[in-house]
Design a protein around this ligand. Structure first.
Ligand code: NAD
Ligand code: UDP
Length: 320
């Protein structure tokens, strides 16, 4: 039976970095939250603090298989996001992005739920247009090592829009740019967690290439805020909507900043650039500003302070 007050919300990938923050936020808003995860990159540690909440439920499940639950809203976040992890089993990555999307869209259709897709700036590939507006179709290699993720996420967007056109499903598509913060996996392989972990242990900071490639980094709290605002938009608003922080930095600048903030003895070393590594990334967030009145509030230094504190704590706990 339908609850009269609480919304029932499914979060796939709920034990991951972004998913755990989202579950926490939705519970704080008074929703009933079902976290579905196969724990490929996510961990119970990320959601331990939520387990005592009677409105929180965890299901170990792989979204490449069908799922039947009665819910009002679905946030589809399940998918490894770090290049190391999504390239570990590329076929499973494509299955998760494509079969997973089909299963979650099928569920949304069956129970008439509104559904949110965690898409990515990777749909723009190595962009020739800078910054990237949502109208840009991208420059993506279909057969490279990043394609399982990039093309999988592009196909998922296609599926979302076909379900919208064909079945009148209520969809919300967010294109997420690089986001960082507490609960990232320390061995996740992404640049912010790598640099912080290396600097905390006075190990060499591994800059890939010459470090001139750029990324725009968004602190997780800002991102979760725009997720919730996007989900609450009127039914005729589908996105895709860029969600990220336009503050753009070279990877070398990030390395120097992290070393300086931690006061680390680490030296910066340069190693080969992985193939198809995009040279530049900056979201045009005009649509988010106009539609949901959102722009990031947390500057890189401020977010790094919180993230460094989290990883420092984690490192200390491991040593004890
Ligand atoms: P993450 O790896 O920390 O979390 C992903 C979660 O999905 C993990 O808990 C993992 O165990 C789970 N998962 C993976 N495959 C699954 C499957 N088949 N069935 C069920 N669960 C599965 O990554 P994240 O940074 O939290 O990313 C969450 C979502 O946001 C992903 O879809 C990712 O593509 C997207 N995204 C993230 C970023 C970012 O900067 N963090 C940027 C762009 C897009
Ligand atoms: N990167 C790096 N050293 C690392 C990890 C990543 O120089 O230890 C670079 C990587 O080559 C890329 C950028 O940092 O240019 C962001 O990488 P990340 O894996 O975080 O995300 P994505 O490439 O998917 O944006």
């Amino acid at each position: 039976m339908k609850s009269l007050q609480r919304k029932r919300v499914l979060v796939t990938g709920g034990a991951g970095f972004l998913g755990s923050h989202l579950c926490e936020r939705l519970l704080a808003e008074g929703d009933d939250v079902i976290c579905v995860d196969n724990f490929f990159t996510g961990t119970k540690d990320n959601i331990l603090h939520l387990l005592e909440n009677p409105h929180f439920e965890v299901m170990r499940h792989d979204i490449t298989f069908p799922l039947y639950v009665e819910v009002d809203e679905i946030y589809n976040l399940a998918c490894p996001a770090s290049p190391i992890h999504y390239q570990y089993d590329p076929v499973q990555t494509t299955k998760t992005t494509v079969h997973g999307a089909i299963n979650m869209l099928g569920l949304a259709k069956r129970v008439n739920a509104k559904i949110f897709q965690a898409s990515t700036s990777e749909v723009y590939g190595d962009p020739e247009l800078h910054p990237q507006p949502e109208s840009y179709w991208g420059n993506v290699n279909p057969i490279g090592v990043r394609s399982c993720y990039d093309e999988g996420k592009r196909c998922a967007e296609t599926l979302f829009f076909d379900y919208f056109r064909q079945h009148k499903l209520r969809i919300k598509v967010a294109r997420i740019f690089n986001t960082y913060g507490p609960y990232m996996h320390p061995n996740d392989g992404r640049v912010v967690s790598n640099f912080i972990m290396q600097a905390l242990q006075d190990q060499p900071i591994t800059v890939y290439g010459d470090g001139s490639q750029t990324r725009s980094f968004c602190y997780v709290d800002d991102l979760i805020e725009v997720f919730v605002r996007l989900m609450a938009t009127p039914d005729d608003f589908t996105g895709p909507m860029n969600t990220g922080n336009p503050g753009e930095f070279t990877i070398k600048e990030l390395a120097e900043k992290v070393v300086e903030m931690i006061g680390s003895k680490s030296e910066i070393i340069y190693t080969p650039l992985p193939s198809d590594d995009p040279t530049q990334r900056q979201p045009d967030i005009s649509l988010a500003k106009e539609t949901v009145g959102w722009e990031p509030q947390i500057k890189l230094e401020e977010g790094l302070v919180k993230t460094i504190a989290y990883f420092a704590d984690l490192t200390k706990q491991r040593q004890e």
